[in-house]
Design a protein around this ligand. Sequence first.
Ligand code: IPE
Ligand code: IPE
Ligand code: MG
Length: 262
Amino acid sequence: MNEQLENQFKHVAIIMDGNGRWAEARAHTRVWGHIRGSRIVSEIVEEADDLNVESLTLYAFSTENWSRPLLEVKTLFSLLKKFIKKEKKRIIANDIRFKVMGDISALPDETKSLIYDLEGLTKNANGLKLNFAFGYGGRDEIIKSVNCFIKKNPGKELTKEDLSENLLIPEIKDVDLLIRTGGDMRVSNFLLWQIAYAELYFTETKWPEFKRSEFRDILFKVNERERRFGATRKTDSLEENESKAEENLRYISDSSSSVRGN
Ligand code: IPE
Ligand code: IPE
Ligand code: MG
């Protein structure tokens, strides 16, 4: 049985990057890299479930990935299909709620049916919320949300809550932890609204070499970070130093003081 994580992660998101470079470094095709990368997904899902993560969102195909060679795009489509076929029973048995977020209109009909079928079968599941971001772009999602709100509420001013409520999967919470494999440090149009206060973790490990043990270590490591959300540290007490703080405040209010002080 696993050591339990006092978990502050309601929502973990992963940019599964580095398949192509991993394969090219081994004189294989990028397609081979994706095939190998797809084998890792199940064990990471399993580990997230074991660690009681509420939602796991995996970035599998971005709106920008449409600009890749057709063969590579088709491979990514087939791998999604293969994943669903292979994992369907296990997803249902483990009470996992499966959803795909993004524009999947260009996927083959068979793959779309598999997606809708599994989404339907697991819609009342109470376990891990597993989301595949496929044909997904953060900017598209925000624009869609705004347009959807305007349509329903013409003339009304949009609030943060309204925007959140009209996202593709509104019930998943803000991202607590965003992991990117592959060594690049960018967010590549992923969950732009939801990562406003996410902890970020970048690892050099290319996705095909990512392991459940590294995933687990990251969660435990980042769990030690203090998330302050713009407030002061929990241990800081202004009261203890109140007279000193007041003195400092008088100093800046005194117009005769120079900016540099003395
Ligand atoms: C990530 O691996 C998978 C997808 C983008 C679908 P890449 O294919 O981007 O691999 P690198 O970053 O080129 O190594
Ligand atoms: C992000 O990786 C998209 C996915 C992992 C699906 P990319 O490889 O497409 O991102 P960039 O091009 O490095 O920003
Ligand atoms: Mg990449």
